[in-house]
Design a protein around this ligand. Structure first.
Ligand SMILES: CC(C)(COP(=O)(O)OP(=O)(O)OC[C@H]1O[C@@H](n2cnc3c(N)ncnc32)[C@H](O)[C@@H]1OP(=O)(O)O)[C@@H](O)C(=O)NCCC(=O)NCCS
Length: 318
């Protein structure tokens, strides 16, 4: 079986468009009810992944695989095979190439997500163990109530578009350590945030034509108690809430609710064309799921993370 590795940074649009075609072919079984990403969005997504991580792309006739390496135990694969071409070994052949690359890079654990019986059977056959479940949910932002946020004493809400101002970058990076104790599987070490990674992410989003929207709760001394990220492609009707975190010492005061409400209210005011906002949370993250549900998010799909142990983690090149 011919499998071609492509360099997404330099590949032609028609080559990267194959990743869009596969995404469309698998959309309804994986993300039922969610708007699809456009061809241009998917091309830009793959071409402009952040420079601070290693990403690899493979194309087979009937399937695609993408590898995202953040660290030796924080490495993810996305593998899609056209429904009309399944059970012919395409998925296995792609996975073989992905695993070989992981071994070269010193990756100790490779993770993927499945949400269908076929995906579960494929992961089990590959020898992967099941880990946490991830709940994908969706907000009909037009119909959502979104009351004005109650801001806890000593904090004010601040929103930035595109770029964190230089003077607030160190405080923002410090606050991002709130993500370090988000529920995670065993032997999963997602490298902490750095100023360089924040800037690389901003650069990647700008090149993808995606608006980076960040809302923080800032204390009088400039420290950040909570933050929430929202992303939106130009002209799209679909927004995506990415990480939300409250630093350990400030939890239980309502900061996460305040930043989320503010972020969604501002999105609705700035982009009335947006119809749907999606997000994903670990099933066991009851605090964040409860908060999202109280705002109006409704679960649409549950994914299971599956981990393939390849050996003792060495130093993966990010
Ligand atoms: C999972 C997926 C990639 C499998 O692709 P594929 O090309 O059909 O996989 P293969 O033909 O290489 O199957 C390898 C083995 O997996 C198992 N398997 C795959 N699909 C199965 C199914 N529907 N039922 C039972 N077992 C299945 C079988 O053991 C199979 O070997 P066999 O055909 O010799 O019995 C494909 O179903 C898909 O794209 N699903 C949606 C996305 C997804 O879940 N990706 C995986 C996680 S990243």
């Amino acid at each position: 079986m011919r499998i071609e590795e492509v360099d997404a940074r330099t590949a032609a649009d028609e080559v990267l468009a194959r990743f869009h075609e596969l995404e469309l072919a698998c959309h309804e079984e994986l993300r039922p009810g969610e708007p699809v990403r456009t061809r241009d969005e998917v091309i830009a997504f793959h071409r402009h992944l952040p420079e601070t991580q290693t990403s690899c792309h493979w194309l087979a006739d009937g399937g695609v695989a993408t590898l995202y390496v953040h660290g030796p135990t924080a490495t993810f694969v996305n593998l899609l095979v056209d429904p009309s071409r399944r059970r012919r070994g395409i998925g296995s052949a792609l996975l073989e190439r992905v695993v070989a690359r992981c071994r070269e890079l010193g990756v100790g654990i490779l993770r993927g997500h499945h949400s269908t019986p076929a995906g579960a059977a494929f992961a089990a056959r590959a020898g992967a163990r099941e880990e946490q479940r991830i709940v994908a949910s969706l907000l009909d932002i037009g119909a959502a109530e979104l009351p004005e946020p109650q801001v806890p004493d000593g904090f004010r809400l601040v929103s930035w578009l595109g770029r964190v101002p230089d003077e607030h970058l160190p405080a923002y990076v410090r606050s991002r350590c709130a993500m370090d104790d988000a529920p995670a599987p065993d032997e999963f070490d997602f490298p902490s945030s750095t100023a360089e990674k924040v800037r690389a992410s901003e650069e990647s989003l700008a090149r993808r034509g995606r608006e980076m929207r960040l809302t923080v709760a800032m204390a009088g001394d400039g420290e950040i108690g909570a933050f929430t990220e929202l992303r939106l492609s130009k002209g799209s009707t679909l927004g995506f809430t990415d990480d939300t975190g409250t630093v350990a010492g400030q939890r239980g005061k309502g900061l996460a609710r305040a930043v989320k409400l503010e972020s969604l209210r501002r999105l609705r005011a700035d982009h009335p064309e947006v119809e749907v906002v999606t997000t994903s949370n670990a099933e066991e993250n009851s605090v964040m799921r409860h908060l999202n549900e109280s705002i109006g998010f409704r679960a649409t799909a549950v994914e299971t993370m599956a981990a393939l142990v390849l050996g003792s983690p060495a130093t993966a090149v990010p």
